[in-house]
Design a protein around this ligand. Structure first.
Ligand code: GLN
Length: 553
């Protein structure tokens, strides 16, 4: 059967960090709202097999999919915008491409040929361009090519794109180039030269972009648009303005105003179908921008200098805040800076404490002190993964008086390894992709806090860890008031702890932040935000519901 899928590629010019991921997610959203199915993938030109082994300071958080892939944070944007899960196939790196080709070479599959960038690497890239279509047919596959045009490491991708487009024909394949028009204060003008050069660079590789999306700090006057069109071989309507938006969730509106979705559909000879139905999305953005009140959440982590390290957490808080018509102000607290002397000053007045996931010993004592503050001050607490583990350690040391209780990750000789390595992890020696990763089912205990939030007893959540609650201590903890409110039915692994004598104290071994989307905010973030509001005001939020006739999805 002929491949009817349309392929849209997003390349970047002039500088990095222009927001290719947000552009791809916003365009896919517009197409989805018109009734088309779309999926987005990202190709990253680095040699790591995946970002799982990267320090978050390098590229921000590592996002985890249901099928256990450790991926680029842009996949989080894709899921939050589209409300469709991504998978291993949605994120490909140069390392993975080479790994596949080299494995094949070792198996003798190239039959004595010299293995080269062209055609072998480019063929593997092209094969992966279409891979998402293997299990499910999409109307559109959007592919974000990481990096900036002109980078040496991006060259094989641009070459693969050139070939792919030639082979599939322009009616099936479109290239959108995201570029920057810098504003020069001294002359009061937007400059087009860097864009002209970056398009020339693409042309040198044989790729003419079909559409130019121009990031700019100010509105782009028509003469500047005309200039871009003239120098870059595109029509005027194919020059799309992308000014800085107050929030990333408004970018779909801006691009709609600029007609990007219509231009795309017309170029690909597809019907416009229905006008995008923005009802839900508009409602969300309006609540996001018009909160009735504000809560302050302390986010305690060791990578707080780079907020992207906790991107899914901060977006989940934002989304849950909007749902409750609250602005969530995050107070970023470096876990290394927290100690018993200053914790009162640092956390005084916050409405909730969130202790973040993490690896390695740096900052764990500060996390434990922050947990203690939240427990003793009856402040709503959400501990995620390492945050939950440190809550277990804190309770062990300070309530159960288990001297020196710790996670064996940080103190392998501790007398009380209340958090211990999972049995299946003991034999693991390789770092990449070997943790307990991805979605696992859990059984939620009735009448628990999380049951109130989920309103169901079976849930599936995503994981990324090697250590777990040590069940040898379970009875002791339960006796002292810890509720194990979520247990994995197959392994008996404790997934969630709560405290009986506390208004809201939850530690999750899994990562709820990976499953919170605009259209489906995560119940635990919603309940945490609501508890923080109750902490501040003494009452819970009464949500204004989306009017029934408006609830389009
Ligand atoms: N380092 C801990 C573990 O491996 C926690 C991991 C995390 O927070 N994602 O179990």
């Amino acid at each position: 059967m002929a491949d009817t899928t349309k392929y849209i590629f997003v390349t970047g010019g002039v500088t990095s960090s222009l927001g290719k991921g947000i552009l791809a997610a916003s365009l896919a959203k517009l197409l989805q709202l018109r009734g088309y199915s779309a999926s987005i993938q990202k190709f990253d030109p680095y040699i790591n097999i995946d970002p799982g082994t990267l320090n978050p300071y390098e590229h921000g958080e590592c996002y985890v999919t249901d099928d256990g892939a450790e991926t680029d944070l842009d996949l989080g944007h894709y899921e939050r915008f589209l409300n469709v899960p991504t998978s291993q196939a949605n994120n490909v790196t140069t390392g993975r491409i080479y790994e596949t080709v080299i494995r094949r070479e070792r198996l003798g599959e190239y039959q004595g040929k010299t293995v080269q960038v062209i055609p072998h690497i480019t063929d593997e890239i092209k094969r992966r361009f279409t891979l998402l279509n293997e299990n499910q047919k999409f109307d559109f596959i959007l592919t974000e090519i990481g990096g900036t045009v002109g980078d040496i490491e991006s060259l094989p991708y641009i070459e693969a794109l050139r070939q792919f487009r030639y082979e599939h024909g322009p009616e099936h394949c479109l290239v959108i180039h995201l570029t920057l028009l810098p504003y020069l204060n001294a002359v009061g003008e937007l400059k087009t030269k860097p864009t002209q050069h970056s398009v020339k660079m693409l042309l040198q590789s044989g790729v003419q972009p079909d559409i130019l999306v121009c990031r700019s700090e100010v509105r782009i006057p028509s003469d500047v648009r005309e200039k871009v069109a003239r120098f870059c071989n595109v029509r005027l309507e194919e020059v799309i303005e992308n000014v800085n938006a107050p929030t990333i969730y408004e970018v779909p509106f801006l691009l709609r105003k600029e007609n990007l979705d219509e231009v795309v559909l017309k170029k690909l000879d597809l019907p416009l179908k229905e006008e995008p139905d923005f009802t839900y999305w508009k409602h969300f953005v309006s609540r996001l921008k018009n909160p009735i009140d504000e809560i302050r959440i302390a986010l305690v982590g060791k990578y707080v200098e780079l907020h992207d390290s906790y991107l899914s957490i901060s977006e989940s808080l934002k989304i849950a805040g909007a749902e409750n018509e609250l602005n969530v102000k995050i107070i970023w607290i470096h876990s290394e800076d927290v100690n018993a002397e200053n914790v009162d000053r640092l956390l005084k007045g916050v409405d909730g404490v969130l202790v973040a996931p993490g690896f390695g010993e740096r900052g764990v004592e500060g996390k434990i002190v922050a947990v203690r503050y939240a427990r003793e001050h009856q402040t709503p607490f959400l501990g995620i993964c390492l945050g939950m583990q440190m809550a277990v350690v804190e309770f062990g040391r300070n309530v159960l008086e288990l001297a020196g209780a710790h996670s064996s990750e940080f103190d392998p000789k501790t007398e009380h390894p209340v958090i211990d390595i999972m049995a299946e992890q003991k034999k693991v020696t390789q770092m990449g992709g070997t943790m307990r990763l991805g979605a696992y089912e859990c059984t939620v205990r009735r009448n628990s806090l999380i049951h109130q939030a989920y309103q169901k007893t079976r849930v599936s959540e995503r994981h990324r860890h090697r250590f777990e609650f040590n069940n040898a201590y379970r009875k002791q903890y339960e006796k002292a008031g810890v509720v194990m409110s979520d247990i994995n039915p197959d392994t008996d692994l404790v997934e969630v702890i709560e405290l009986k004598d506390h208004p809201y104290f939850i530690g999750t071994q899994f990562h709820p932040e990976y499953k919170s989307t605009v259209e489906s905010p995560h119940p635990l973030f919603l309940s945490f935000v609501n508890a923080a509001y109750a902490h501040k005001t003494g009452r819970y939020v009464e949500k204004t519901q989306l009017p029934a006739e408006e609830a389009n999805s």
